[in-house]
Design a protein around this ligand. Structure first.
Ligand code: ZN
Length: 344
């Protein structure tokens, strides 16, 4: 039988609550995948395969060997080429579904740029790995009225919830303050199983597809939770009661995280690495830097980044001027290594 263009989505169109109308709505939808690691890479893949019309994929990192255990979108060649995750994801997904408009953005999302990244977006998929980033996303989404799907995974567990400003509690209704550092497990301390990440992303995309295909506004936040090791699943429904809530974000409309100065350095989750924030007024000259550094260590340069490696450390400089220093968790040491190596 010859291949027909409408074969591609036939199985999800057959699913009755979805149907042709759902497919048409998904085709018109514009989605931001915020962070393209364990959660975001899987979400981006499921959304592109489902036929979401436009996907903006924003991430600050490069693909590393330790990602391949659970991030099925990436492969060894991406690691060898030193590709940023957003670029590697878009390259792969363009081969999977040419109908989808893909916009990879290699960027560290922060108060300066988050409004711009939300521009023209119907829904955001949370692919972040820190509470700070999620609180920032929550502020930006509540301010703009953009729904987002919260997702998290740790160890053998994952959870997801669709949060729609004005209709469900926001993240700060559920968690008024960021937990104190060291009080909650991270992928640094507790690790992560591949199926837990995939399940959390699948639960997120399940919420996302339902909302995009039906535009049925929920009246409560459903938090779905799963443990792939214990085989345990649960669901908690949290109604929205703005009259009783004193949420500083969605009730008082104080967007604290949109006005926080981004620190110049930040330790990165799970990777013995520190990110040093933009130091350069313009795009670095990778060719000239590569020339100068080649006698001193191993250099990899492409259009997106320059990586310099010695026996002790590895430094990656991105085109937006950020650097990631691997092999230390000490911000002062990272700053000084960047200054010494790149002269900035
Ligand atoms: Zn709230």
């Amino acid at each position: 039988m010859p291949w027909k263009p409408d074969d591609r989505y036939s199985r999800q169109v057959l699913f009755r609550p979805f149907g042709e109308a759902g497919q048409a709505r998904i085709r018109a939808a514009r989605v931001l995948v915020a962070g393209c690691g364990g959660l975001g890479a899987e979400s981006a893949s499921l959304l592109a395969r489902a036929g979401v019309g436009f996907l903006r994929i924003a991430d600050r990192d490069v693909v590393e060997l330790s990602n391949l255990q659970r991030q099925a979108l990436f492969e060894e060649a991406d690691v060898r080429e030193g590709l940023p995750k957003a670029v590697a994801a878009a390259r792969r997904l363009a081969r999977v579904n040419a109908d989808v408009e893909l916009e990879p953005v290699v960027v560290d999302m922060g108060p300066r740029n988050i409004r711009e990244l939300l521009d023209g977006i119907d829904l955001v998929l949370d692919g972040f790995d820190s509470f700070e980033a999620r609180f920032l996303l929550n502020d930006a989404c509540v301010e703009k009225g953009t729904p987002w799907v919260y997702g998290a995974c740790i160890g053998s567990t994952g959870l997801a919830a669709l949060l729609v400003p004005g209709h469900t509690p926001c993240l700060r209704c559920l968690m008024p303050e960021i937990p104190e550092p060291g009080t909650s497990p991270t992928c640094d301390t507790a690790g992560i199983l591949g199926p837990a990440a995939h399940l959390a992303a699948s639960m997120q995309v399940g919420r996302a597809l339902r909302w995009l295909a039906t535009r049925e506004t929920p009246s409560e936040a459903e938090v779905v939770y799963a443990d792939v090791w214990e085989g345990r699943f649960s669901r908690v429904a949290l109604p929205y009661r703005p009259d009783e809530s004193r949420c500083s974000c969605c009730v008082e409309r104080r967007f604290d995280f949109l006005s926080v100065e981004t620190p110049q350095t930040a330790a990165l989750c799970g990777r013995d690495s520190v990110q040093v924030r933009p130091l350069l007024p313009s795009r670095p000259d990778f060719a000239a830097l590569a020339e100068r550094l080649r006698p001193l260590g191993t250099v990899l340069a492409n259009e997106h980044l320059l990586r310099f490696r010695t026996e002790e450390v590895e430094l990656t400089l991105f085109s937006d001027g950020r650097a990631i220093v691997k092999g230390t968790t000490d911000p002062a040491k990272a700053r000084s290594l960047v200054a010494r190596t790149f002269g900035v």
